[in-house]
Write a protein of this length. Structure first.
Length: 310
């Protein structure tokens, strides 16, 4: 692994820690918005390209929204290999369902970042939303990309279904604010902890929040009621990876999702949605985590099981 510093690739771990040994995620570096009101980035068919990894839960969100919102014929996509080693994310068609870089035929994802800004200092992450017209990255923050996909292309697609409806926004925001630090990022804070104190704090917060959601789902089908919303679509990529990877690889082993009556029912229900099922790639998920994180799994042994999500 590594990162770009003043446009140059510096090899080494990008896992940063705070003073207590806790994992400290690096903020994203491109934060523009595709919108009819934006002076540069207008919603147009075949103008934007999405770079993703099937392994990455953050990128998974954007693939789900791309499908749910009918954007597959309007926004093209390239899929990196699940192996993220000293060169970071790479393009390698030899791995099943990975693709080449369909825009520039680059070998490395960092070359996409360097094309956008030759002097940039940043981690090289997925997803990346690229603008073919201005030849730059629009945004690489998944939570913002899915908001764009949710509403800003509606006139283009005719799909006006809203996963962030006005009347539920306050509740969705509260759920996101609880789930992101303790679950979405909490599994990483648990897995990348460098001290017992940091691990204990992260894993306790993770399962405290899962317990809260288990109780909440005792009274409703989804997090805000009977319909799927952004809160569910931000959570489910983490839940789908939980028993497969996070329980063992990240030491999130207090309980499995299948040990929760409501959370397991809820996860299965969401997985039955075609946009979620068709964008979930078990082979990429297992390969990436167990093969890429040398500090956690130095011999890169890929476990035989589980062979199914449920």
């Amino acid at each position: 692994m590594g990162m770009l510093v003043d446009g140059q690739w510096i090899k080494g771990s990008i896992v940063k820690s705070d003073k207590k040994g806790g994992y400290d995620r690096i903020p994203r570096s491109f934060r523009s918005v595709v919108s009819s009101e934006d002076p540069i980035f207008k919603p147009e068919s075949n103008r934007y390209h999405l770079y993703v990894s099937y392994a990455c839960p953050w990128a998974h969100r954007t693939l789900i929204y791309r499908s749910l919102k009918g954007l597959e014929d309007h926004i093209s996509v390239s899929v990196v290999s699940p192996d993220m080693l000293e060169d970071g994310w790479i393009f390698d068609e030899k791995f099943p369902e990975a693709t080449k870089d369909d825009l520039f035929n680059f070998n490395l994802l960092r070359e996409v970042y360097q094309k956008a800004d030759p002097k940039i200092t940043t981690s090289v992450t997925v997803p990346v939303l690229w603008d073919k017209k201005t030849q730059t990255i629009v945004n690489n923050e998944s939570s913002e990309i899915i908001r764009m996909f949710n509403t800003n292309f509606n006139e283009l697609t005719g799909n006006a279904y809203d996963y962030y409806p006005e009347e539920l926004r306050e509740e969705i925001d509260k759920l996101n604010d609880m789930i992101y630090p303790s679950i979405n990022n909490g599994v990483y804070r648990t897995g990348f902890a460098k001290t017992q104190e940091a691990y204990d704090e992260a894993v306790s917060g993770l399962f405290d929040t899962l317990d809260i959601l288990e109780q909440k789902l005792d009274e409703s089908e989804y997090l805000t009621g009977s319909k799927v919303t952004e809160a569910d679509l931000r959570l489910v990529p983490t839940l789908l990876r939980f028993d497969i990877v996070y329980v063992t690889h990240f030491k999130c082993n207090v309980r499995r999702i299948k040990d929760y009556k409501n959370l397991s029912r809820y996860t299965k229900s969401l997985y039955d949605i075609d946009a979620i099922k068709n964008s979930t790639n078990l082979a990429h998920i297992k390969r990436h985590y167990y093969y890429s994180h040398e500090t956690i799994n130095p011999y890169r042994i890929i476990p035989m099981g589980p062979t199914e999500i449920f």
